[in-house]
Design a protein around this ligand. Structure first.
Ligand code: NAP
Length: 481
C-alpha cells in the first residue's frame, strides 16, 4: 500500500521539476524504507511560485464575488472528503501516525475549508461616526501573496488551517511543508486545481527550511507569513518578516500543564491525561506534557496512569495502534535523549522510554511516564514533542498555578476540578492562549488557537484569523454643501 503523489513542485497549476534538479527522499518512519521522493526547491523555484501567486492576486482573485470564492472553498472541501482514503494513507505512510488519526485530520481539514467558505461574505468593515460633514468607512482588503510554512506533526491539517482563511480573505498562497512530510501538501495543490482555483492561487514548494523556507519568507512579493513550528525557527521568521515589514502569525511550541485537583472526576481526568499526552505519540503542540497532581490524589492517579501507559500499543500506523512511530530517526534520538536526561536528573521512570520489543526497525519508542519530576529539571521545562509525560505533585492552588506559569511557554493549559470557583480562578490566572476546563484538545475550527509568551503571536482558526490575511483601509468622504 504505497500511496502515489506527483514528485514535482506545484506552481501556477502545473507540476514542474525543481530548477536545482534535486529531490529529497520520503521515508516511511514505521519501516525506515524509502517510499518515494519530493523535490528540493531552490530560490528560483520559490521566485516562480511567488510570481505566480502575485499574478493570480493581480488578476483578481481578491476581487472575485464572495459567493464564487466560497463555492470554490466548499468544492475543495468536497474533494478532500472524496479523496480521504488516499490522503489518510499517504499521511500515515509519510508521517507515521495511526491511520484513524490521519482520517480525523483529513475530516478536520475539509471542515476548515467549509468554515471559511461560509466566512467569505462576512468580512464587513465599519462606519465610525465622524460628524455631520462626512462619512468614513473601512474595508478589509486582502494582503496579497501569503507564505505558509508548516511543521511535520499535522502536515495536511496544518496547511489546511492557514490556507483557507487566507483564500477566504482574497489572498493567494505559497505553501512550504516540512521536509519530512511534504506528500499530502502536494496533494492539496492538486485538489485546489481540480476544484477550479485559478492558476497561482495556491502553490506548493517543497524543500528544506534553510533554503526553500527562508527564500519564501524573505521573498519581496510575500506580504504576510503564517508560520507553525518551533520557537527557534519562529524567531528567524520574525527576522525575515522584519526585512520587508510583513505581518507574521507564529504558532509555536508549548509545554502544557494539566492541573488536576483532588476533587475532580478522576476517571475523566485520567482519560484526558492519556489522550492529551499520547495522541499522535505526543507530537502535538498542545500535548499534555506536565501533569500537576494534588498530593492527596497523587499516588492513586500515578498508579492508574502507569497501568494505562504500560498497556498502550505501539506499532506501525497502518495497524491502528495507540501510538505509531516518531517522525524521524533524529526525533527519536532527541526524545530518547530527554528520557536519559530525566533518569539522570533523578525523576522516577515508571514505564516506557525504550524501543518496544519485537520492533527492530522504525522510529519507535514506548510511551514514557516519569513521576516526581522536579519543576526545575529539563523534563519539566523543555518541550519534548514526544510521548514523555512528567508528573509533578503539588500542595496548594497557588503553587500549582505558579509551576504552570513558571515557563516562557504559554500555549495551552488545563484545570480539572468540580469546584466552579476554583476552575474560574485558575482559568483566569493561567498565562496561556487557551485554557481547557475538565477537558483537553477542545479547539474546533471556529475557536481561536494560539499562544502567549514564547508560544507565539496571533491566532489561527475562528473569524479572528481572517485578520491575519487582511489590512484595513479607511475611506473618508466629505459631504459637499
Ligand atoms: P521547525 O523545525 O521550526 O520547522 C517548521 C517549518 O519551518 C518546516 O517547514 C521547516 O522546514 C521550516 N523551516 C526551518 N528552518 C527554516 C528557516 N530558516 N526559514 C524558513 N523556514 C524554516 O518545527 P518542526 O520541528 O517541524 O515542528 C515542531 C514544532 O512545531 C514544535 O515546537 C511544535 O510545538 C510546533 N507546533 C506548533 C503548533 C501550534 O499550533 N502552535 C502546531 C504544530 C506544531 P524543514 O522541515 O525543511 O526543516
Amino acid at each position: 500500500m504505497t500511496p502515489t503523489w506527483p514528485d514535482r513542485l506545484f506552481i501556477d497549476n502545473e507540476w514542474c521539476a525543481p530548477a536545482s534538479g534535486k529531490w529529497m527522499p520520503v521515508v516511511d518512519p514505521a519501516s525506515e524504507e524509502e517510499i518515494g521522493r519530493v523535490p528540493r526547491a531552490d530560490a528560483d523555484d520559490v521566485d516562480r511560485a511567488a510570481r505566480s501567486a502575485a499574478r493570480a492576486f493581480e488578476d483578481g482573485w481578491g476581487r472575485t464575488a464572495p459567493e464564487d470564492r466560497g463555492a470554490l472553498l466548499n468544492r475543495i472541501a468536497d474533494l478532500i472528503d472524496a479523496r480521504k482514503d488516499e490522503i489518510a494513507l499517504a499521511e500515515t505512510r509519510d508521517m507515521g501516525k495511526p491511520l484513524r488519526e490521519s482520517y480525523g485530520n483529513v475530516a478536520r481539514s475539509s471542515r476548515t475549508f467549509r468554515f471559511y467558505a461560509g466566512a467569505v461574505d462576512k468580512l464587513a468593515g465599519e462606519a465610525p461616526p465622524v460628524g455631520p460633514d462626512g462619512f468614513n468607512f473601512t474595508l478589509h482588503e486582502p494582503l496579497g501573496v501569503t507564505a505558509h510554512i508548516t511543521p511535520w506533526n499535522y502536515p495536511f491539517a496544518n496547511a489546511c488551517r492557514s490556507v483557507p482563511p487566507a483564500l477566504a480573505a482574497g489572498c493567494t498562497a505559497v505553501v512550504k511543508p516540512a521536509s519530512h512530510t511534504s506528500v499530502t501538501t502536494l496533494m492539496l495543490g492538486e485538489i485546489c486545481r481540480e476544484a477550479g482555483l485559478p492558476a497561482g492561487v495556491v502553490n506548493v514548494v517543497t524543500g528544506s527550511g534553510g533554503e526553500t523556507g527562508a527564500a519564501l519568507a524573505r521573498h519581496p512579493l510575500v506580504r504576510g507569513i503564517a508560520f507553525t513550528g518551533s520557537i527557534d525557527t519562529g524567531r528567524r521568521i520574525m527576522g525575515y518578516a522584519a526585512e520587508g515589514i510583513r505581518p507574521v502569525v507564529l504558532e509555536l511550541g508549548g509545554k502544557n500543564p494539566q492541573i488536576v485537583f483532588a476533587d475532580c472526576d478522576t476517571e475523566k481526568a485520567i482519560a484526558q491525561t492519556m489522550r492529551g499526552a499520547f495522541t499522535n505519540a505526543g507530537q502535538v503542540c498542545t500535548s499534555v506534557s506536565r501533569v500537576l497532581v494534588e498530593r492527596s490524589l497523587h499516588d492513586a492517579y500515578v498508579e492508574a496512569l502507569a497501568e494505562k501507559t504500560a498497556a498502550l500499543t505501539v506499532a506501525p500506523g497502518l495497524d491502528n495502534p495507540d501510538l505509531g512511530p516518531l517522525v524521524s530517526a533524529s526525533h527519536l534520538e532527541q526524545t530518547a535523549g530527554f528520557v536519559g536526561a530525566g533518569e539522570r536528573e533523578g525523576a522516577r521512570l515508571l514505564t516506557g522510554g525504550r524501543r518496544p520489543e519485537g520492533l527492530d526497525r522504525g522510529y519507535f519508542i514506548r510511551p514514557a511516564l516519569f513521576d516526581r519530576v522536579d519543576p526545575a529539571s529539563t523534563l519539566a521545562r523543555e518541550e519534548i514533542f514526544g510521548p514523555v509525560l512528567a508528573v509533578i505533585p503539588f500542595d496548594t492552588e497557588a503553587e500549582a498555578v505558579a509551576i504552570a506559569n513558571g515557563l516562557e511557554f504559554g500555549l495551552t493549559s488545563g484545570v480539572f476540578t468540580r469546584d466552579i470557583d476554583r476552575a474560574m480562578r485558575v482559568a483566569r490566572d493561567l498565562k496561556a492562549g487557551m485554557v481547557w476546563v475538565n477537558e483537553w484538545f477542545q479547539s474546533p475550527v471556529q475557536v481561536p488557537h494560539g499562544g502567549v509568551k514564547m508560544s507565539g503571536i496571533g491566532r489561527e482558526q475562528g473569524m479572528i484569523a481572517l485578520a491575519n490575511y487582511t489590512q484595513v483601509k479607511d475611506i473618508a468622504i466629505r459631504i459637499g454643501a
